[in-house]
Design a protein around this ligand. Structure first.
Ligand code: AMP
Length: 415
């Protein structure tokens, strides 16, 4: 038996309803806010992520599936979608045709992390990004949109955390102040030791307990924001209050990617144990420029699709919809009749199925029951002789004979 690779998994037909439900709701809500879908390649030139996400981030340093093409140039299975969307914005010069773009994409991402519950090497994200708008009202709208989706999906126990990461101007000053504080700390983990020179901000959100303890009392970025960044953050909070979005300011939220500026956020749930982040995102006003485009503001988020499915599947029973009619046939001419009616129903958008097994009535009825159909249509020798079809209502347990010629118009009444 050949099995899937560690960290990779199948999503089976019996699990798919929740995925489809979430996808549909997300698309509906995003489109109500003016977003359009974009589909992007899974494989990109490595530099899209190395430049976009940042060389010194965990993702780029340790987690990417990268391999050379036939000419020795590195290519990478995308670990996230934001950098690809910015690459596409630049490549297709969207900025010259329509600089304001609201885009979403749904699909698999790949990271070479240690697989565990809620953490896979191929996982799925629902990603939405807005390019070309710098208003803090948009930042709030993005969070409203996310909260609206979670509410629609009846996800409870959520916590929206926000922070401001400032701009390169105020962050540079803060980095120096943070570094001088850190110089006095001992026993930081090896990752944080490395971050000291490469990316000191990331030390703030290290999950290692001893690092966290030592960082209590560290100077906070919020006290060093420039006027523009602090007004942006204030306006965001005011708009969230206008919509009664509950949030918590987390001074230690920095997120793992280099490109963030100003607003950063994460939505956490109390329902998933250790892997509590179900969505994360923020503003990235420098990314498009880093990837070779004009200076363009941007903001977006990624929802962890797998984790959202896990919460919803454990809390809600998503009803599996069966066919309207399931045909049981006995004999070849009955099967051919069912074959024709099934095709006719499908062409009219009505779901039906037929049993191909030619087994006993009892065995076939068992299959009909399992299919969760509303009606079971039985065609045997007797029915063919009389030009009728026996129609069993599975919910009520009643059975009637309907004329074959009237069958479709009768069944259509039950849609
Ligand atoms: P990030 O792109 O790291 O900000 O992640 C956004 C969201 O994707 C997280 O909040 C998680 O819900 C989800 N996520 C990230 N990495 C994984 C993974 N390896 N497996 C499953 N979900 C993930």
């Amino acid at each position: 038996m050949i099995q899937t690779i560690r960290g990779f998994r199948d999503i089976l037909p019996e699990e798919i309803e929740v995925w489809q439900k979430i996808e549909l709701e997300a698309k509906n809500i995003f489109e109500n806010f003016g977003f359009k879908e974009i589909r992007l390649p899974i494989l990109e030139k490595t530099e899209v992520f190395a430049r976009g996400i940042g060389e010194s981030t965990d993702i780029v340093e340790k987690e990417m599936f990268t391999f050379p093409d036939s000419k020795g140039n590195n290519q990478t299975m995308r670990p996230e979608a934001t950098a690809s969307i910015a690459r596409s914005y630049v490549q297709h010069k969207m900025y010259s045709r329509q600089p304001e773009q609201k885009l979403y994409t749904i699909g698999p991402m790949f990271r070479k992390e240690r697989p565990q519950k809620g953490r896979y090497r191929q996982f799925y994200q629902i990603d939405a990004e807005v390019l070309g708008i710098d208003s803090p009202i948009l930042d709030a709208q993005i969070l409203v949109m996310l909260n609206m989706l979670f509410k629609k999906l009846e996800v409870k126990n959520l916590l929206t955390k926000i922070n401001s990461l400032g701009c390169p101007g105020c962050r540079k000053k803060y980095n120096e102040i943070l570094l001088s504080f850190i110089q006095n700390t001992k026993d930081l983990c090896s990752d944080c030791e490395r971050r000291k020179t490469k990316n000191p901000l990331r030390i703030l959100d290290c999950k290692v307990k001893s690092c966290r303890n030592q960082l209590k009392g560290a100077p906070l970025l919020k006290d060093y924001l420039c006027r523009e960044c602090s007004e942006h953050f204030k306006a965001l909070k005011q708009c969230l209050d206008l919509e009664n979005i509950k949030y918590e300011i987390d001074d230690y939220l920095v997120r793992g990617l280099d490109y963030y500026t100003k607003t950063a956020f994460e939505i956490q749930t109390l329902e998933l144990g250790a892997q509590s982040a179900v969505a994360g995102g923020g503003r990235y006003d420098g990314l498009v420029e880093i990837l070779g485009g004009p200076k363009t503001p941007g903001i977006g988020f990624a929802i962890g699709f797998d984790r959202l499915v896990e919460i919803i599947a454990s809390n809600q029973e998503v009803k599996k919809e069966g066919p309207l009619v399931y045909f049981l046939t006995f004999g070849e001419s009955a099967a051919k009749k069912a074959f024709k009616i099934c095709n006719n129903l499908a062409s009219q958008g009505i779901k039906s199925e037929m049993d191909f097994s030619n087994k006993s009535m009892k065995a076939s009825m068992k299959k009909a029951n399992k299919s969760n159909c509303k009606f079971c249509a039985i065609i045997g020798e007797n029915e063919i002789e009389k030009g009728i079809i026996s129609l069993k209502n599975m919910e009520e347990g009643t059975q009637e004979e309907v004329l074959e010629k009237d069958f479709i118009s009768i069944i259509k009444k039950y849609i």
